[in-house]
Write a protein that binds this ligand. Structure first.
Ligand code: EPU
Length: 417
């Protein structure tokens, strides 16, 4: 497996172009299942997770053409209702095909995703919602089997706001008979992006971005041509890198409206952040100020930025408390950061981070995407050499991360193996 080697201690300077959002692209590519004819999606990031979803869609019968960041999908030939274990195991977001398959083919057989490195990650709310829309659901041999002659609009209340759960049911309800209301829906920008694309396809969805989404079912949807929104988590990761290295970085193609909590906390931590439309300049001050964060569903501080923010706090001027409220096991990075000299103690879902003067480079690895990104950040700030193993996880969600950092002046390279 490839490795990334970083020599720390160089301030990052220059411009970085933020790619399309992984977590918006995944459901939007899947939404092509609801249409017949060629859809064109632009600004699709080049990532392993995007390759995984394309493989799954072509397995289901879609035709796919890719040219750079443009992906064209025609799902007229959709004929296979099964998402097999080997494809779902690689990427949990594969569960997003469940709703669209039942809506289009009246049946679906999708492998249960199982747990992952950051937590148990159940899909009970996806299943409960689909059952409310009239699907009969059985769990057999590790698969979800769902059938419905015609889905029917229903009131669905989510016990917990779930991003992919909201997206799955929004897609299913778009082709159901009658009106569905999703209550305590996720409000993430990626949910709004999907609703916008579905409406462009001819769906009637109102309220996306609020906790109540109303969907009037329609009989069919038409293909579209549309661009993917920019990735707020990639943007946040580069913002932290700028502050951590006392650098001066301008993010291009960034949507600061999606980053309010992250920008707020970075300012409290001493960053100077200037916004001009879609360009955001971030400069680090002389001192990193310890700042507490608690992860929350959007518009709160994102769980996908928790590991990166913790690296920043590990070299701050005091003690900060970082609480993870979304996933029960999302502190995988802590033991690796400790090996680099960080002083972090975990108690329940809270990490107490006592800032140290500097981190020391070390060989590290992580079993989760954002944890791996945090180790690259730690390497950029550390004294000496950091070797990040299992780059596979980074490639799932960050497009050419080492090239983007190298363009900003980091001493970073990939060793191919
Ligand atoms: N939950 C349930 N039952 C369900 C679904 C979720 O209890 O049926 C719980 C989860 O266990 C968790 C909470 O609800 O405690 C929120 O999870 P959610 O369903 O929102 O997570 P997700 O949809 O599986 C997406 C992102 C994640 C991101 C989370 C939270 C995609 C493809 N994935 O996951 O992104 O961390 O929302 O914002 O959109 C990443 O990109 O690295 C990543 C993990």
């Amino acid at each position: 497996m490839d490795k990334i080697i970083v020599e720390g201690g160089r301030p990052l300077k220059g411009e970085v172009v933020i790619s399309g959002a992984k977590n918006a692209a995944l459901p939007i590519l899947v939404s092509s299942l609801l249409t017949e004819g060629w859809n064109t999606f632009t600004d699709v990031p080049e990532l392993m997770d995007i390759e995984s979803i394309k493989l799954l869609l072509s397995n289901l019968g879609s035709r796919i053409e890719t040219e750079g960041h443009t992906v064209r999908i025609d799902s007229s030939g959709l004929n296979n209702p099964e998402a097999p274990y080997d494809l779902v195991r690689k990427m949990r977001a594969s569960i997003l095909v469940l709703g669209p398959l039942v809506a289009r083919l009246k049946k679906a057989r999708v492998s249960l995703p199982g747990g992952c490195a950051i937590g148990a990650r159940p899909i009970n709310l996806h299943l409960k919602g689909l059952a409310s829309l009239g699907a009969s659901i059985e769990l057999k041999h590790g698969y979800v089997e769902a059938f419905a002659d015609r889905l029917k609009g229903a009131e669905i209340y989510f016990d917990v706001a779930t991003v992919t759960g909201t997206e799955n049911l929004m897609m299913a309800a778009a082709l159901a008979d009658g009106v569905s209301v999703l209550r305590n829906a996720a409000r993430e920008p990626e949910v709004v992006a999907l609703a916008d694309v579905l409406n462009q396809m001819g769906a009637d969805i109102q309220g996306a971005g609020t906790a109540v989404i109303t969907i009037k079912g329609v009989s069919s949807l038409q293909p579209v041509s549309t661009a993917i929104i920019s990735d707020r988590i990639e943007a946040g990761t580069f913002m932290v890198a700028a502050v951590l290295t006392q650098g001066d970085v301008t993010l291009v193609n960034c949507n600061p409206d999606h980053l309010e909590a992250t920008i707020h906390k970075l300012r409290l931590a001493g960053a100077d952040i200037n916004i001009k439309g879609k360009a955001v300049n971030v400069t680090g001050g002389n001192e990193i100020v310890s700042t507490d964060v608690q992860t929350q569903p959007y518009p709160g501080f994102p769980t996908d930025m928790q590991a990166q923010f913790m690296v920043l706090m590990s070299v701050a001027n005091g003690t900060s408390l970082i609480s993870e409220t979304i996933f029960e096991n999302r502190f995988i990075h802590v033991s690796e950061l400790r090996r680099m000299g960080a002083d972090i103690t975990i108690s329940g879902n809270t990490a107490m981070v006592k800032g140290v003067p500097y981190l020391s480079g070390a060989p590290v690895m992580a079993t989760d995407l954002r944890a791996s990104a945090s180790l690259v950040l730690a390497g950029l700030a550390a004294r000496g050499t950091t070797r990040i193993n299992r780059v596979y996880h980074l490639d799932r969600g960050y497009q050419a991360i080492e090239k983007k950092f190298a363009q900003l002046g980091a001493a970073i390279k990939r060793i191919r193996e």
